[in-house]
Design a protein around this ligand. Structure first.
Ligand code: ADP
Length: 196
């Protein structure tokens, strides 16, 4: 089974693109979503997070996202420490997932493909790109958040230049219809490569 990494900055349109691939029949795995689930279900991970952030990290067994966000916001050291706990667990979960899945390829979506080192297990990498102001206005609308908070989150993500340099395919997500066509072209290309 081939693994296709799908990445791009916050608000670039990764989830939108992933849905388009899924609609074409692709098998998909959303790493950031699975990470959130694991932080609430994996007992070993939960205890490691409590060690790092204290008992307030969980309320009634559920991750206290607001508390964690208030600590990691602007604190790169803590954010990196959290990521270092979560990513090995996600990778392990993904390995289980692909063992149980019967598909020619699976698309692995994450905002931090290169930062987490997950690029190393990908056979192909796709980067989604959108204009800077488009990303900001889309995220402000989607997450009801401030420009300042978005800029802070963007600071921790690799640049478009780096993503492009390390990708096999780039999707420019400006006009939705164009995006759909790009997804179809890449989907067909990957299928053709797989069936060679
Ligand atoms: P990401 O997963 O990269 O953070 P999303 O796919 O969630 O980004 O897109 C961010 C927001 O922008 C969503 O609300 C989505 O519906 C919207 N969006 C995505 N692509 C487009 C597009 N081409 N035109 C208009 N809105 C879009």
């Amino acid at each position: 089974m081939k693994i296709i990494g799908l990445t791009g900055g916050i608000g670039s349109g990764k989830s939108t693109v992933l849905e388009l691939f899924a609609a074409l029949g692709a098998t998909t795995y959303v790493a950031d979503l699975e990470a959130k689930k694991l932080m609430n279900s994996d007992e070993e991970l939960k205890s490691q997070i409590k060690k790092l952030f204290g008992v307030n990290a969980y309320v009634n067994g559920e991750l206290n996202r607001i508390y964690i966000a208030s600590i990691v916001f602007g604190n790169e050291e803590k954010l990196n420490a959290l990521n270092a706990l979560v990513h090995p667990k996600v990778r392990e979960d993904f390995q289980h997932y692909i063992k149980e899945t019967n598909a020619d390829f699976v698309i692995y979506e994450t905002a931090i493909l290169f930062e987490s080192g997950s690029d190393k297990f990908c056979d192909y990498i796709i980067t989604v790109l959108s204009g800077f102001e488009d990303k900001i206005s889309r995220i402000m609308k989607r997450d009801k958040t401030s420009r300042e908070q978005i800029l802070e989150r963007m600071k921790h993500q690799s640049t478009d230049d780096l993503n492009i340099k390390n990708s096999d395919f780039v999707i420019r997500n400006n006009n939705f219809e164009d995006t759909k066509n790009q997804v179809l072209t890449i989907f067909e290309l990957i299928n053709a490569l797989e069936n060679k």
